[in-house]
Design a protein around this ligand. Structure first.
Ligand code: IPM
Ligand code: MN
Length: 353
């Protein structure tokens, strides 16, 4: 297969994990005889430094012309002035909007040998296997923002069509699993959440009679993720709740560095990024965990290129390498030998081969 891929390394550890992702793509290409071409483009803080724009037109054009986009991370202390009106995150949010990737899929899978790395008691982690579907292009992230000396506001807006389409994505995924869907909102306080709940109920009862739907308030969901995480299967929620709950859920796996994500639209170009940020404290040291990125590569192969066998091989290789005891610093324990980003990536590539 021929495919054009845009790589947006971004900031902090972004370039280090993006390069791991590219190496894995090349390994898959060589093994299966595909022909992937890669274009590296600027986004976020590094694009602000070079072009004074977190999402240059050249980056936009390349992404729109690609089969898929790989993103490292954006942001960092250098661009953190709260009063600056150009910020790295605008690059990522602008890209999500440009590509229309409204469905952010964040699977939370436990690697059995990592349960002792999780801050949770090991027995809580038995049978945890959940997916969070986060609405990604609406809500408070994208509503109108205002500010003067005395007052500021962020508007949270949801249209019915935005809720329906994300619920359909979540229900389709739930159908292939346990037919259980948990919708998270704050319907006791927010009008957008009451609307979300009504649209969700109606969509499920009209179109997915086989799905058992449960509605949970976000504060309770945050608690249940810790005290009974194995009760969840597919969670669907709005943009900001999904952002917060997935960082929380990553702790079940032991490290934020383990979680992959895919951001999909109704049409074609998918955006693939680990859920972790730019981790400025370890940037440039070559020690970041590449697993969130490599899991995202597997999702890219599956969702954007329809290469299921390749995706399964990447996931299996990563699983076997982790289960054999290979550890980056974030998932290491006591006397574990600590691998750097390149060594961990190479072990996974050797396994793929
Ligand atoms: C994420 C990140 C982004 C978000 C930031 C960098 C804008 O935290 O992908 O979860 O809030 O969506
Ligand atoms: Mn986040």
């Amino acid at each position: 297969m021929d495919a054009q891929i845009t790589i947006l390394p971004g900031d902090g550890i972004g370039p280090e994990v993006a390069s791991a992702g590219k190496d894995v793509m090349m390994a898959v290409q060589n093994l299966f005889g595909h022909n992937f071409t890669f274009e590296n483009k600027y986004i976020g803080g590094s694009a602000i430094d070079k072009f004074n724009n977190p999402l240059p037109n050249d980056t936009k054009d390349s992404c729109k012309d690609s089969a898929a986009v790989i993103l490292g991370a954006v942001g960092g202390p250098k661009w953190d002035d709260p009063n600056a009106n150009i910020r790295p995150e605008q690059g990522l949010l602008g890209l999500r909007e440009l590509l229309g990737v409204f469905a952010n899929i964040r699977p939370v899978k436990i690697f059995p040998s990592l349960t002792k790395t999780s801050p949770l008691k090991e027995d809580r982690l038995n049978n945890v296997d959940l997916i969070v579907i986060r609405e990604l292009t609406g809500g408070i992230y994208f509503g109108e923002k205002t500010r003067n000396e005395n007052k500021s506001s962020d508007l949270c807006v949801y249209h019915d069509y935005e809720i329906k389409r994300i619920i359909r994505i979540a229900a389709d995924i739930a159908k292939k699993r346990k037919c259980k869907l948990c919708s998270v909102d704050k319907a006791n306080v927010l009008e957008t959440s009451r609307f979300w709940r009504d649209i969700t109920k109606n969509t499920i009862s009209a179109e997915y009679p086989e799905i058992i739907i449960e509605h949970i308030l976000v504060d309770a969901a945050a608690m249940y993720l810790i005290n009974r995480p194995s009760d969840f299967d597919v969670i669907v929620t709005e943009n900001m709740f999904g952002d917060i709950l997935t960082d929380e859920a990553s702790m079940l796996t032991g490290s934020l560095g383990m979680l992959p994500s895919a951001s999909l639209s109704d049409t074609s170009v998918g955006l693939y990024e680990p859920i972790h940020g730019s981790a400025p404290d370890i940037a440039g040291k070559g020690i970041a965990n590449p697993c969130g990125m490599i899991g995202s590569i597997a999702m890219l192969l599956r969702h954007s290129l329809n290469l299921n066998e390749e995706a399964n091989i990447v996931e299996k290789a990563m699983h076997d390498v982790i289960e054999s005891g290979a550890r980056t610093q974030d998932i290491a324990h006591n006397d574990d030998k600590i691998l750097n980003t390149k060594e961990m990536t190479q072990l996974i590539i050797d396994k793929i081969n």
